[in-house]
Ligand binder design. Structure first.
Ligand SMILES: [Zn+2]
Length: 136
């Protein structure tokens, strides 16, 4: 896709890093069902000794997953702090439902940033929609 104006280097770099995380994560094996199964095998020391086969894509994902997830959750919390509603003031005929605007981007509430976050994180995702069931 080619935009009218070239994307600035900072935005391009950020987009590339996010796309790299997305691709790396998609390639890794989902562990949801396997983690549920292993939870029942925790020993008295609090560990589960396991033997497993990890693909290179899984190792790529696991080596960065914790730090990337920490950064994502910090980003989410910062965005949530930035994008919150406030009374827009002005005159309205509906005093019970005053017009609200985002205090950061000034879009009418809920703003596009908050809606995007809600769509991504508002409800738990169904983790059974991927390929683990084939390998379990
Ligand atoms: Zn906003």
């Amino acid at each position: 896709m080619k935009a009218d104006k070239p994307e600035d280097a900072q935005r391009q770099g950020l987009r590339e890093r996010l796309e790299t995380i997305l691709i790396r994560t998609e390639k890794a094996t989902p562990w949801h069902d396997e983690a549920d199964r292993l939870r029942g095998l925790v020993n008295q020391d609090g560990y589960v000794p396991i033997r497993t086969r990890l693909a290179v894509e899984d190792l790529d994902f696991l080596s960065e997953a914790r730090s990337e997830l920490l950064r994502f959750s910090e980003l989410g919390l910062r965005l949530l702090d930035l994008h919150q509603p406030r009374d827009a003031g002005g005159i309205t005929s509906d005093t019970a439902h005053p017009i609200l605007r985002c205090r950061s981007c000034m879009w009418r509430w809920p703003c596009p940033t908050f809606r995007a976050m809600s769509e991504s994180f508002g409800a738990p995702h169904d983790s059974s929609d991927t390929t683990l069931s084939e390998s379990a």
